[in-house]
Design a protein around this ligand. Structure first.
Ligand code: DGL
Length: 267
């Protein structure tokens, strides 16, 4: 492993592309390998044991690719598995929730909302991490379990989806929040709809904070690459066509290779 080794980045599907798109703008000269674990999607309804198993297998996959760092562009696995797996690998691991919490906490919000998957909400990871740095902030958490499938199947403009999005937003707004964290990397794909229902400034997309955090940390650790030897490579565990089609809102993927890591399938 050296500075020109690839950076691994993963999510259950296209969600992590919201992070990848920000990162590649800041660091265009890195060698990226993206993995979308579409066969196991949605992660948000899985148990802790299942998520540790899946994430461990993805880390093993990246280890076999000799990566220098892995970006957990997935709130669910960051919230639920990072503490268990963080010391087991010799590459750098960047979990989204823990990496952005300090930055959001320092913005001194008073009432902040979090939309995320069931597993992320049940872990209270955002609440716990933000409270460490800003104990006076009131944090209201709501799970939106349907939203990942809405994004993966490009149903964001369907009337049923819009009603569903509005239902959770209406509930959140009863708490008088001034800002809402989109605490699942899929959710920024819904911003077109969300910003018609409440002003755009209300929404916090952690991807931007996360990309900056990663760049600074790689710099500090003198891990930046000076040489790009290949274009980003995209792997998925099922349905590459669906992944390619849904990707287009954030990063236009032209080609995704299906890898039969059968052992990744968690029933
Ligand atoms: N996009 C992921 C997250 O940030 C996973 C969503 C899912 O598969 O449920 O939580």
């Amino acid at each position: 492993m050296n500075n020109d080794s690839p950076i691994g980045i993963f999510d259950s599907g296209v969600g992590g592309l919201s992070v990848f798109a920000e990162l590649v703008k800041l660091l265009p000269n890195e060698n990226y390998i993206y993995f979308g674990d579409t066969i196991n999607l949605p992660y948000g309804n899985k148990t802790k044991e299942q998520l540790i198993d899946i994430t461990g297998k993805i880390f093993d996959f990246f280890e076999s690719k000799n990566v220098k760092a892995v970006i957990m562009a997935c709130n669910t696995t960051s919230a639920v598995t990072y503490d268990t797996l963080r010391t087991k690998y010799n590459f750098k691991i960047y979990p989204v929730v823990q990496s952005v919490a300090k930055c959001i906490a320092n913005e001194n919000h008073t009432n902040i909302g979090v939309f995320a998957t069931n597993a992320t909400i049940n872990s209270h990871a955002y609440k716990n991490e933000i409270s460490k740095y800003n104990p006076n902030c009131n944090i209201f958490e709501i799970a939106c379990p349907e939203w990942v499938n809405i994004v993966e199947h490009e149903l964001q403009n369907d009337e049923k989806s819009i009603q569903n999005i509005k239902m959770y937003l209406d509930e959140m707004l009863t708490y008088n929040v001034n800002s809402i964290i989109l605490g699942c990397t899929h959710y920024p794909y819904l911003l077109d709809v969300l910003q018609k229902l409440a002003p755009n400034e209300v929404y916090i997309n952690p991807a931007k904070y996360f990309a900056n955090y990663i760049v600074n940390d790689l710099k500090q650790n003198e891990l930046l690459s000076g040489k790009k030897s290949h274009e980003p490579k995209f792997y998925v565990s099922s349905k590459p066509e669906q992944f390619i089609s849904a990707s287009k809102l954030f990063y236009k993927v032209d080609n995704a290779q299906e890898i039969s890591l059968n052992e990744l399938l968690i029933k």
